[in-house]
Design a protein around this ligand. Structure first.
Ligand code: MF3
Ligand code: CO
Ligand code: CO
Length: 287
């Protein structure tokens, strides 16, 4: 037998250390049965500075992509740009060799939801919508962000999908007030997507980030208020909703075991920022 929704009690007094005001506040939530972060998920000021610097470099990588991306470019050329610039500036592209991923960023076009693998056989075409997702390691710290790019002129439907996907990330971020729950931002994202006639991918989520590529909590984008982990100042995480024009269902391409595609081949869009929870809401560390 296993415990349903096991909630380890992290916040007992350790070595007689006095509890801070924040400890006491978290303890109250824990005693009500809420899922609360472990101490390791609350970053120290030194760690936050490190993640902030990784974030600045990661943002610069995406700025470079934004400057260079064009119709006729292959996704492998995007990957080469990302790799060269990151390394030249003292960073490491986190995707490269991560769980066997073969390239330095993910490039996901149209019906590809995420984790598309850059290739010299894939050329960007006028009207495509493409997500470029970059994660940079700098001095051991990680920052993760992605943007959508519209190649030339596209259809009004695709333009709307790209815009609403960005708004979904932003309404999620606004719902992230200190001592809110992961489910609060998920509910805000879900509401905004549905209001616009789109669906929210349920099989993949955002994540804690900073000391590693993927940490707790699981930042779900589809869900109900009051569910999931409590979000407290000092936590660093991504919000990265994947929004589909059609149904929410997706599958993983069996040929490469990475590329995630919409089940109905409808278009999909995603934006991702790395956020720091502060005493008065979230601050963007990478975009
Ligand atoms: N950057 C993706 C994320 O937002 C993860 C990509 S994993 C990789 O979490 F191996 F495909 F790079
Ligand atoms: Co990412
Ligand atoms: Co991410």
């Amino acid at each position: 037998m296993v415990f349903f929704n096991k909630n380890p009690r992290n916040w007992k007094i350790k070595n007689g250390q006095p509890l801070t005001e924040m400890d006491k506040r978290i303890l109250k939530f824990q005693n009500k049965g809420c899922l609360v972060p472990t101490r390791e998920l609350i970053k120290t000021p030194e760690q936050i500075e490190g993640i902030r610097k990784a974030g600045v470099l990661n943002t610069a990588v995406l700025d470079l992509v934004a400057e260079k991306i064009h119709a006729g470019m292959t996704t492998l050329e995007i990957d080469q740009l990302v790799h060269e610039f990151t390394v030249k500036n003292g960073g490491i592209p986190a995707p490269l060799n991560y769980e066997g991923f073969p390239k330095s960023c993910c490039t996901s076009i149209n019906e590809v939801v995420c984790h598309g693998i850059p290739s010299d056989e894939e050329e960007l075409e006028e009207g495509d919508i493409v997500n470029v997702d970059c994660t940079t390691i700098l001095d051991g710290y990680y920052a993760d962000a992605s943007r959508m790019f519209i190649i030339g002129k596209t259809t009004p439907e695709r333009e709307k999908l790209v815009r609403v996907a960005k708004e979904c990330m932003e309404v999620g971020a606004e719902a992230c007030t200190p001592y809110s729950f992961v489910g609060d931002q998920a509910a805000a994202i879900t509401k905004h997507a549905h209001k616009n006639g789109f669906s929210v991918v349920r099989d993949l989520c955002g994540h804690g980030v900073g000391n590693e590529f993927h940490e707790d909590p699981e930042m779900e984008h589809y869900g109900r208020k009051g569910t999931g982990m409590l979000l407290v100042p000092g936590m660093v995480f991504t919000i990265e909703p994947m929004i589909n024009a059609g149904g929410w269902e997706v599958f993983v391409d069996s040929e490469d075991d990475w590329t995630v595609v919409t089940e109905d081949y409808s278009d999909s869009a995603q934006w991702e920022h790395t956020y720091l929870m502060t005493e008065d809401g979230v601050e963007v560390l990478s975009y």
